[in-house]
Structures are given as structure tokens and as C-alpha cells.
Design a protein around this ligand. Structure first.
Ligand code: NAD
Ligand code: AKB
Length: 317
């Protein structure tokens, strides 16, 4: 485990910025190379500036650092993706093809590919099973469904050890989301701790699958560290944390901030949310590699508010 050399692509994003630190805590600082389009202002060590649509540049970084595992996070998410569908398709697919080929050519041992609940569409029931029909309505969802199938193809054809999760909306205090339909569930906490009213772009009863960042990190590394014979799904595993509506998250916040106010002004993201399932059945992940989430909505709310109050210097630490 300690001899791994890991490349995280899209490391400046909501998940990447947390995942890099999480992986460094396990494998060691110098064994996790972060990369993204731009160097962060802090100019960190072990960072490579990379546009992952550039196949040669990506392959050179993999070879230079003798990379053994790649976590490929770079993508344009559901809401932002609809602004320029063809560009979204190009970025999401070309970067993944470049990762698959760089890994195949350079003998990378393992790849992590994040999929999403966005692969489900109008013909999925309220609860999405592992093998529910995939008819995504966004270009983002179409690219994720295609990516899942390419993962399985490279596993079948070349025996490459590619592992994947269908993440629900991820909620974090460490980082901000980057253009998804579930982003409201992070923004709402920032408004609440700052004593501001929140205007939600989804209707009050729109229930969606979500997960706390800490659970998402646990699931990701648990999947990547599982023995090869425990991995029976090579497209992508359903992953569930919790499910709630804007009204329910507001109620959870009011248990700590009683005068918190929310109003509703649905926009184009409502149609995207309506096409997604309300809940995820993740039985295969639980059975194959022992997945169990630790956070409920109220437990997450408590931690989000505590951590954001520290961040905004609203409490003495
Ligand atoms: P994000 O938008 O916050 O971050 C994506 C990062 O990718 C950004 O830092 C961006 O600069 C980088 N990037 C974009 N194009 C790139 C390119 N050509 N080359 C290199 N880097 C590039 O996204 P996130 O929320 O951190 O999501 C990470 C992955 O997890 C994505 O694939 C996303 O689809 C998936 N996912 C996220 C969620 C969620 O709720 N955050 C849920 C399901 C799946
Ligand atoms: C989005 O809303 O696009 C993402 C996701 C669920 O994939 N958070």
C-alpha cells in the first residue's frame, strides 16, 4: 500500500481538494500528486498543472512520477454542463479516454472513475436499483453512463483494474461545489451560519440522494482498497448516504438555527432534479465490500454548522 504513487486529476475541485489530503494521510504526502488546469495560489508541492484533454501531457506526467493509481475527477457537472453540451461531452469523454490510454500504456495498476446518480433518468423508479434503466437527460449524465461502459470495456478487454462509484450529491464544509444540481445543499449551510435567508432553486419537496464528504471519502478508499475478488461490478457501484428535500434540510438546520428562513424559486435545475431518482439502493456495495454510511441528515447538519462557524470565525476555537 505504501509503495503506491497516486495521481489525482481535477484536484482543485470540491472532491479533489479534500481527497488529496485524505489520500496523503494514508499513503504519504509525496506519494499523491495533485493536478488541475491551474496551479492553486498557495503553489503547493507535488502539484502538476495539467489540461487532461492533452493526451501527451497526461501520459508524460504518469511516466515522470511512475504513477500506479489514477483518480480521475476532472469533469463538467450537470447544471454547468447544459450551458455548452458539446464542450461538456468533449471534456468529460476526452479526458477519460486520455486517462485510460495513459494508464494502459504506462502500466498503471488501478483507476478510480467517479460516476453519478445523473446516469439515471425518467424511466427509473423513485428508488434507483443497481441495474435500473439508464436514460440520462443531461449531457453530464450521458457522459457518465458512457464512462461507466468504457470502464467495463477496458476491464474486459485489457484486464485493467478500474473501480467506480455513482456518487450522490456531495456535501462538504471544506470546499464549494462546482456547478451541479445538488449544489444548493452546500450553499444553504453557508447562508444559514451567516444569518442570511436562502433562496432555493429547487421546489421544497424535491428529494434527492446526497452524501456527506466524510462518508464519500470512506467509500472511495474502501472501494479502492478492497481485494480484487470483492469487486463484482465494473461499470459503477450505486452508493447511498441519505436522501432529503430542501424543506427537510431547512428543518434540520432550524434545530440549531431556529430563525433560519428559506424561500423557493425553481429554475432550469428543477427539470434535472426531477429526472433523477429520490433514493439509491446500494445493496451490492454493502454486500461486496462492506459499505455503510456513518452520517444521517441531522448528524451532518451539526458538523457542517460547527465547521462553517469556525471557518467564518463565528465561534472562538
Ligand atoms: P468540481 O467541478 O468541483 O471539480 C472538477 C475539477 O476538474 C475542477 O477543479 C476543474 O478545474 C477540473 N478540470 C476541468 N476540466 C479539466 C481538464 N480539462 N483538465 C484538468 N482538470 C480539469 O467537481 P467535483 O464536485 O469535485 O467532482 C469531481 C468528480 O466527481 C467529477 O467527475 C464529478 O462528475 C463527480 N461527481 C461529483 C459529485 C458531487 O456532488 N460533487 C457527485 C457525483 C459525481
Ligand atoms: C451534480 O449535481 O451535477 C453532481 C452530481 C450528483 O453528479 N453533484
Amino acid at each position: 500500500m505504501k509503495s503506491e504513487r497516486i495521481l489525482v486529476i481535477g484536484a482543485n475541485g470540491q472532491i479533489g481538494s479534500v481527497l488529496v489530503e485524505y489520500l496523503r494521510g494514508i499513503y504519504g504526502e509525496n506519494r499523491v500528486i495533485a493536478s488541475d488546469l491551474n496551479m492553486p495560489d498557495t503553489k503547493p508541492d507535488y502539484f502538476e498543472k495539467l489540461d487532461a484533454t492533452d493526451a501527451a501531457a497526461l501520459s508524460a506526467i504518469v511516466a515522470k512520477h511512475k504513477i500506479t493509481q489514477v483518480y480521475h475527477l476532472a469533469a463538467i457537472l450537470s447544471a454547468k454542463g447544459e450551458e455548452n453540451p458539446l464542450q461538456t461531452w468533449y471534456i468529460n469523454m476526452q479526458t477519460y479516454f486520455n486517462v485510460l490510454e495513459a494508464a494502459r500504456i504506462n502500466g498503471v495498476h488501478k483507476i478510480f472513475y467517479p460516476s453519478s446518480i445523473a446516469v439515471f433518468g425518467d424511466h427509473t423508479d423513485d428508488t434507483a436499483e443497481q441495474y435500473s434503466y439508464l436514460d440520462p437527460t443531461t449531457v453530464y449524465g450521458i457522459s457518465k453512463a458512457a464512462g461507466e461502459n468504457w470502464s467495463n470495456y477496458y476491464f474486459q478487454k485489457y484486464g485493467m483494474d478500474i473501480r467506480s462509484l455513482r456518487y450522490p450529491g456531495i456535501i462538504s464544509h471544506q470546499s464549494m461545489p462546482g456547478g451541479g444540481t445538488t449544489d444548493y445543499a452546500v450553499d444553504i449551510y453557508h447562508k444559514a451560519v451567516n444569518g442570511e435567508q436562502f433562496e432555493c432553486f429547487l421546489k421544497e419537496d424535491t428529494k434527492l440522494p446526497m452524501i456527506y464528504m466524510s462518508d464519500a471519502m470512506d467509500a472511495t478508499v474502501r472501494l479502492m482498497e478492497a481485494a480484487k475478488d470483492q469487486i463484482n461490478i465494473r461499470t459503477s457501484y450505486n452508493l447511498a448516504g441519505m436522501s432529503f428535500s430542501p424543506k427537510e434540510i431547512a428543518e434540520s438546520i432550524r434545530k440549531i438555527i431556529p430563525d433560519f428562513k428559506i424561500s423557493y424559486k425553481p429554475d432550469y435545475r428543477q427539470d434535472i432534479a426531477d429526472s433523477w431518482p429520490q433514493q439509491i439502493d446500494d445493496a451490492p456495495a454493502r454486500k461486496d465490500w462492506g459499505w455503510r454510511p456513518a452520517y444521517t441528515l441531522d448528524k451532518m447538519t451539526e458538523e457542517m454548522i460547527t465547521e462553517l462557524r469556525k471557518k467564518y470565525h463565528l465561534v472562538k476555537i
